[in-house]
Ligand binder design. Structure first.
Ligand code: UGA
Length: 436
């Protein structure tokens, strides 16, 4: 199969490399000259475990190529995936579809022979209809179908998620397009991955519903964590006790500083807007988004409280800045609100992240002191806060940390340590919802 990925960002690059690995001939297209030039040199613009090896081996085998020219590859393609960004639109929170529609217009001009146009980006219900309308208007003669095939990749585990998916959702309106999509995913059919064939609108909504539900699970357990702190219960045990009920499931019940990233905050907001537009407000999701927003800043207040009610003139070490481990992504990371709250309270913030330093410098407010490792970060600090659960923070030399700090206060917002273990080392230790 000949496949074109329009947009060589996170989703386009991972999907393109994985499709090439299935044996398809894949061309990744992007408007940014510098990105394509770097990819051609084998340089991967994002941090994702296993991705650079996958890109290099498939490029070397000639199955994966990169270009800024959309028209040439699209004219030869069986399937063209739209994997451009759909950020929140400034001002109103609706998904900004301008990149999707611009790509659709360019694809339309280049179509030659039957082609399936697939929306891979997360797009609101009805976007596929609009893409179809745009293409039909520009090219009444073209033979094409528009399919929704949302991605369910987690950053940091994207290749694994692509190759061993819980399910594949294909929203198509005709059989010819479904048959072509079956060819595209054939290796996964052979692996007996569940394939869900739905209407296009159903597929579009399924993606939002899944993300909103996961965001709800996290927010629910975060609320239980707060309650646990008040009543002296342990949220990890509560989560275990809940999760062993198969109807609930154990995953996404880790209490923490609130969810972040490029997906949950943006997608919950877009779903809220769509639901309002259709006159069926998604009240639960509205509450989840509001509670999660407030939580991030509340974590800053938790640190202030641990420092005796004020951080003015104090130094706070922040360990972990990205929204989760194994990524360099800082989008909507809880660290942003936490660092801001600490600075607002008059603290000097020292920070370290294993992969996200460059993105952090571009994202966090000015005045943060960036350090080259965890021990340098905690040097002279009046408190240290674990914000992201990178593995290296799970195995810190606590004696060395205590000796380096001005005061041994550890606030563990990801519950990576056992309280008794840290307290035995002479720390004042706070966690999230373990009633300890
Ligand atoms: C999420 C979904 O998990 C993917 O299925 C989906 O494809 C993707 O969004 C997307 O829409 O593209 P991702 O944002 O990469 O993936 O990250 P997650 O692993 O879902 O984590 C999101 C946030 O929730 C992180 O800030 C994480 O720390 C937090 N989280 C997650 C918790 O606080 N507790 C948990 O139990 C799980």
């Amino acid at each position: 199969m000949k496949i074109v990925m329009v947009g060589s960002g996170y989703v386009g690059l991972v999907s393109g490399a994985c499709f090439a690995d299935f044996g398809h001939e894949v061309v990744c297209v992007d408007k940014q000259d510098s990105k394509i030039a770097a990819l051609k040199r084998g340089e991967i613009p994002i941090f994702e475990p296993g991705l650079s090896e996958l890109v290099r081996s498939n490029a070397a085998a000639g199955r994966l190529t990169f270009t800024t020219d959309l028209a040439g590859p699209v004219s030869k393609a069986d399937a063209v995936f739209i994997a451009v960004g759909t950020p929140s639109r400034r001002g109103d929170g609706f998904a900004d579809l301008s990149y999707v529609y611009a790509a659709s217009r360019e694809i339309a001009q280049a179509l030659d022979g039957y082609t399936v146009i697939v929306t891979k980006s997360t797009v609101p219900v009805g976007t596929g209809d609009e893409v179809e309308r745009i293409v039909r208007e520009l090219r009444p003669d073209a033979e094409f179908a528009v399919v929704s095939n949302p991605e369910f990749l987690r950053e940091g585990a994207a290749i694994e998620d692509f190759k061993r998916p819980d399910r594949i959702v294909i929203g198509a309106e005709d059989e010819r397009a479904r048959a072509l999509m079956a060819e595209v995913y054939r290796p996964l059919y052979l692996n007996s991955a569940p394939i869900l064939n739905t209407s296009r609108r159903t597929a579009e909504l399924t993606k939002y519903a899944a993300n909103a539900f996961l965001a709800t699970k996290i927010t629910f357990i975060n609320e239980m964590a707060d309650l646990c702190e008040q009543v002296g219960a342990n949220v990890q045990d509560v989560a275990r006790g809940m999760g062993l009920d198969n109807r609930i499931g154990a995953k996404f019940l880790h209490a923490g500083p609130g969810y972040g990233g490029s997906c949950f905050p943006k997608d919950t907001l877009a779903l809220i807007k769509t639901a309002q537009d259709y006159g069926t407000p998604a009240r639960i999701v509205e509450t989840v988004a509001a509670v999660n927003d407030q939580r991030k800043r509340a974590m800053g207040r938790k640190v202030v409280a641990a420092c005796g009610g004020s951080v003015r003139g104090k130094t706070i070490a922040v360990l972990g800045l990205t929204f989760k481990p194994n990524t360099d992504d800082m989008r909507d990371a809880p660290s942003i609100a936490i660092v801001t709250a600490l600075q607002d309270g008059g603290a000097t913030v020292r920070a370290f992240d294993p992969e996200g330093m460059e993105q952090a410098r571009a994202t966090l407010p000015a005045g943060v002191v960036y350090c080259s490792d965890a021990y340098e970060c905690v040097a002279g600090a009046d408190a240290a806060v674990i914000v992201t659960e990178w593995n290296i923070f799970r195995a810190l030399d606590l004696d060395r940390v205590r000796q380096a700090m001005a005061a041994p206060v550890l606030i563990d917002l990801r519950n990576v340590y056992r309280p008794e273990q840290v307290r035995a080392k002479g720390f004042t230790y706070l966690d999230v919802g373990r009633g300890s």
